[in-house]
Design a protein around this ligand. Structure first.
Ligand SMILES: Nc1ncnc2c1ncn2[C@@H]1O[C@H](COP(=O)(O)OP(=O)(O)OP(=O)(O)O)[C@@H](O)[C@H]1O
Ligand SMILES: [Mg+2]
Length: 350
């Protein structure tokens, strides 16, 4: 009975990866990751529009919003609505969980405050925030204690985050709020412009997953792909054949923006660090790491070895879980976690 009471009184720990596309929460009590799209229906609960017209039904299905843009919260109320039920599921005890969360390396104090506020309002008792790229590096299996520089690039839905890690320190970081969602927007616009057809989110996602990036321009075979979408002139669902090269061309400017951020970040590194990176290469994580051919593109632009993390989509949450395990048993561990001061030789404790 005493052990049962102890169990109920134990303060659980959770890890939160609140992403622009997906939210992942790990609970120490359940020992598992819960995952769901970061989407909130725009209609009030229980209210649906019963429309027979397929065009209106199609529009209705679009009435979902994400509380994040570019990897940061833009609507705190919706962020809390998203997190609350997930946090509720994380514990059976009486006490509110202590939460570890992560934010892109380029976030302002205000943006991180908003994240902390959302997690606290959703039900956590305390929250500590670490850089997303740092968590991604640990979750990708990098040994962050090694005495030479290693580079991680996390390409998510809203933000591409890059960090250079050396000897337990995050010594350089750079980010651009351009990632997979911009690729999808570019594809959607190109298809509307050419075919006057609006593709559903799922259909656009299928396209980005199936089509290789422009490193394989010559090998796009077959040349077309059939997609279904809403004809915005006739207002009915249609199937169209889309030229794969058009998709690749639409993706190009977005991919170039990502490549430019990585390349110019690497050029800012001191010579000694650059030569270490030449040896260690770049590790890719995040959903964007799965874009066919993205590793080859980054390799040819940077002339570095590029590898994809073993489980790129879960690198951030896995890194947070490892960080939680590291702190297990330490009293008030969350107070030891400070956001790194990148330019003034800070020390990030893990
Ligand atoms: N195999 C794949 N090919 C291409 N894109 C993919 C693949 N798998 C996932 N993605 C894309 O990855 C994106 C989601 O990535 P991820 O889950 O890392 O984002 P997030 O963590 O929610 O966003 P962020 O960290 O930027 O806030 C989606 O746009 C999805 O389509
Ligand atoms: Mg992410």
């Amino acid at each position: 009975m005493f052990s049962k009471l102890k169990q109920i009184m134990k303060q659980p720990c959770i890890a939160v990866d609140l992403g622009t596309a997906n939210t992942r929460i790990y609970s120490s009590e359940l020992g598992q990751i819960m995952e769901k799209p970061s989407l909130i229906p725009q209609l009030p609960a229980g209210k649906t529009t019963f429309v027979s017209d397929e065009y209106l039904s199609y529009l209705n299905s679009k009435l979902v919003v994400t509380p994040l843009r570019g990897g940061v919260i833009v609507d705190i109320k919706k962020a809390i609505t998203l997190l609350q039920p997930l946090l509720k599921e994380t514990g059976k005890g009486l006490r509110h969980p202590i939460s570890l969360a992560s934010a892109p390396t380029d976030t302002s104090d205000k943006e991180r405050e908003l994240l902390a506020k959302a997690v606290l309002h959703a039900g956590a008792s305390h929250v500590a925030i670490i850089p997303e790229a740092w968590a991604a590096a640990i979750g990708a299996g990098m040994d962050v204690t090694l005495p030479y520089a290693q580079v991680i690039v996390d390409i998510g839905e809203g933000v591409t985050d890059m960090a250079v890690i050396r000897d337990r320190h995050l010594i350089f970081a750079s980010a651009v709020r351009t990632a997979c969602s911009d690729l999808q927007k570019a594809i959607r616009s190109a298809i509307i412009l050419k075919h006057k057809v609006c593709l559903s989110f799922d259909e656009i996602e299928r396209l980005t997953h199936e089509i290789s990036s422009m490193s394989q321009r010559q090998t796009l075979d077959p040349k077309t792909i059939t997609v279904r979408g809403m004809d915005i002139i006739k207002k009915c669902l249609v199937a169209i054949d889309v030229n794969k090269l058009d998709i690749v061309s639409a993706m190009e400017p977005v991919i170039h923006k990502i490549l430019k951020m990585i390349d110019s970040g690497l050029k800012k590194l001191p010579q000694t660090i650059s030569s270490e990176v030449l040896e260690s290469g770049i590790c890719l994580s995040g959903g964007g790491a799965c874009i066919n051919g993205i590793d080859r593109l980054i390799a040819s632009r940077t002339r570095l070895d590029v590898r994809i993390a073993p489980d790129p989509i879960h690198s951030v949450i896995n890194g947070e879980i490892e960080t939680l395990n590291y702190w297990k048993g330490h009293r008030n561990w969350w107070q030891n976690i400070v956001w790194p001061r990148l330019l003034s030789g800070y020390s990030l404790q893990t």
